[in-house]
Design a protein around this ligand. Structure first.
Ligand code: F6R
Length: 242
């Protein structure tokens, strides 16, 4: 595990963007695993800024997002489809046919999970998986549980997760209760994992995830077993790591 700490948001975003861009430059056909949420917004902004300087291309890149809410149409303002278009896809040269996000509005969600796993399988291994970290230790939407699921599945969102994400909706009742998420098996199969965490409110879970016991009660703790994990922390999130 390689842990890097940054004293500013900008520096963390720049470092993460450089790792992702470096991956595309060395592997033009890279398969990227992408995350949503507050943490990657600045990272995507930095990638777009660099892209506009015209130094690299996403034309042959394939992406798979971690998750999507159940029940939101893809064009809903808070769907992760909309998020990805707004923050990344609309600003780079990636063909939309190469951008994959599970469809949380599919008529048969279990069939959608199977379809998504097959797409990932066909693309080969994920070269670089970007992750954020939930306050309860979730990665993707793999919430703490007695047992974790390997592939894409429907998950009941933890109340803590709904509360954390309520800031994007008009009221907590509007936050979906379920999501589709890729499983921890798929995440851990990625060749390289980039975990980015920001903020004082994540300091405790960062410590548990990276230094605590490896347990399904804290899904991110499983990342300790990954042979190629890079962790980018801002100094607030790294406070308990000294
Ligand atoms: C997002 C995702 C989640 C977030 C996590 C942290 O696609 O899968 O695991 O990464 O909830 O969210 P933020 O960055 O908003 O604190």
């Amino acid at each position: 595990m390689n842990i890097l700490t940054f004293d500013s948001d900008d520096k963390l975003n720049e470092a993460a963007a450089n790792i992702i861009i470096g991956q595309i430059q060395t592997t033009p056909r890279a398969v990227l695993g992408l995350a949503t949420g507050g943490t990657p917004v600045g990272i995507y902004k930095e990638i777009v800024r660099e892209f506009q300087r015209d130094m690299f291309s996403f034309r042959r890149v394939t992406t798979f997002n971690l998750d999507e809410y159940v029940g939101l149409p893809v064009d809903h303002s808070q769907s992760y489809h909309t998020y990805m278009r707004k923050h990344l896809f609309d600003h780079i040269d990636i063909p939309s046919s190469q951008c994959h996000i599970p469809d949380g509005h599919a008529p048969d969600l279990h069939e959608e999970c199977r379809r998504y796993d097959a797409l990932i399988e066909n693309a080969g291994q994920i070269d670089l998986q970007l992750l954020g970290l939930g306050h309860n230790g979730h990665i993707g939407f793999n919430e703490p549980a007695h047992a974790l699921i390997r592939g894409t599945h429907v998950v009941d969102l933890a109340e803590a997760t709904r509360e954390a994400n309520a800031r994007y909706f008009d009221a907590i009742d509007e936050v979906p209760r379920q999501a589709l998420t890729i499983g921890v098996g798929t995440i851990l199969k990625a060749k390289k994992i980039l975990l980015a965490v920001k903020g004082e409110d994540k300091a405790e879970i960062v410590e548990r995830a990276l230094k605590g016991p490896i347990t399904t009660d804290c899904p991110a703790s499983l990342l300790q077993t990954h042979p190629n994990l890079i962790v980018l922390l801002d100094s607030a999130a790294a406070r308990r790591m000294k």
